[in-house]
Design a protein around this ligand. Structure first.
Ligand code: ADP
Ligand code: MG
Length: 344
């Protein structure tokens, strides 16, 4: 009987990793799935990419015809009923705004439009323009109605920008879709917003690299990941420099100016939407308030990089960071990175 078992095992279908890559949501999305059947894998991959494309079409601020932009055009005038997925992201975003005391705030639309992140000419907005835009920012003025899933703006001229949360949400949707298609293990990576579940065919965990925020080809660490999201928000991919000052695309909704303290925030959480929003929020909060918030949340961990002196970086870990043993203090020091463990 045992022999038979071994034989059947050897001849039966063998699981493999199937991988596909597509440009989506302003980045490159890579999905890996484990399957015993190439056609099943291909079908699941297609369905997952289609779902992410659907989320992009719904939530992109860069597409005139997105549901989000229709909402932005109409919600100053009347309550607008929205799709369940969009409604869910808006509710989650409000929850994150409350948790972060407004550091994460999707009503930053009017401010984002002032900053030339996507323009060739890098001219800084005037303080008066920033003040005017700030008068149309504030999550408390976003009114959601659970009974009819409608949304309206309490102040005319408000506008929502889901750039800090939609990618993570789309990653969660892709993973949920793969699970529903019977895929037992997968990794979804949307340019640094990652969710992984199950294990690879050899029984090992998926692995996710955390990039050095100032040296594009270097990794600070490689984290094994199962049933978790890892999301990194950095000032090193979308930013510009004027007069030697770096302006990141993460804005502090209190001042209207770029968040300055963190060079990157890597957030680990049970789902990618939450991790994405928290990574953006913690970037605004900075090390002290950011770590205090993370440490108050169950199953949430953070690795924050800040600039030290000219050539060095400081690495800050939240208390009980689950991968602390994988960070090699001496190797990091050789790359100009000084490690701090949370004192909380
Ligand atoms: P990335 O897109 O590089 O993953 P983030 O997840 O940090 O980065 O999102 C940054 C984006 O979030 C900005 O481009 C903008 O669309 C939006 N945003 C900027 N500042 C805030 C903020 N304080 N709260 C919520 N969203 C923000
Ligand atoms: Mg984010």
């Amino acid at each position: 009987l045992m022999c038979l078992g071994v034989l059947v095992g050897a001849c039966g279908p063998k699981p493999d990793i199937y991988q596909s890559t597509k440009p989506l949501m302003g980045t490159v999305v890579q999905i890996s799935v484990v399957s015993e059947e190439p056609r099943h894998a291909a079908k699941a991959l297609d369905a997952a990419f289609d779902e992410m494309a659907r989320m992009e079409a719904m939530m992109s601020v860069f597409r005139e015809d997105s549901e989000l932009n229709r909402l932005n055009r109409e919600a100053s005038e009347r309550p607008v009923a929205v799709s369940p997925e969009l409604y869910h992201v808006l509710e989650l975003s409000l929850k994150m705004a409350q948790l972060t005391h407004g550091a994460f705030d999707i009503t930053v639309g009017p401010l984002m439009k002032l900053w030339p992140f996507y323009k060739k000419e890098k001219v800084l907005p005037s303080p008066t323009a920033v003040q005017e835009a700030l008068s149309r920012v504030g999550y408390r003025h976003l009114v959601v109605s659970p009974t009819d899933q409608s949304v309206s703006f309490a102040i005319a001229g408000m506008s929502l920008d889901l750039g800090g949360v939609a990618k993570g949400f789309a990653v969660d949707r892709a993973a949920a879709l793969l699970k529903s298609q019977g895929i037992s293990a997968a990794l979804v990576n949307a340019g640094g917003d990652v969710y992984a579940y199950g294990t690879k065919p050899d029984g090992r965990s998926w692995r996710v690299g955390v990039q050095h925020p100032r040296k594009a080809t270097e990794l600070l660490a490689v984290l094994p990941l199962t049933d978790r999201a890892v999301v990194t928000s950095g000032d090193y991919e979308r930013y510009f420099v004027v007069d030697g000052k770096r302006y990141s695309h993460i804005l502090d909704p209190r001042s209207g100016f770029a968040a300055r303290e963190a060079a990157s925030v890597t957030l680990i959480a049970p789902c990618a939407a939450e991790a994405d929003a928290l990574a953006t929020g913690v970037s605004v909060l900075g090390v002290k308030a950011g770590l205090a918030l993370v440490e108050s949340l169950p199953d949430v961990h953070a690795l924050i990089m800040t600039e030290g002196t000219a050539e060095t970086l400081e690495l800050h870990l939240s208390k009980d960071f689950p991968y602390a043993h994988l960070l090699d203090e001496a190797a990091l020091a050789a790359h100009g990175v000084r490690m701090h463990r949370s004192a909380h």
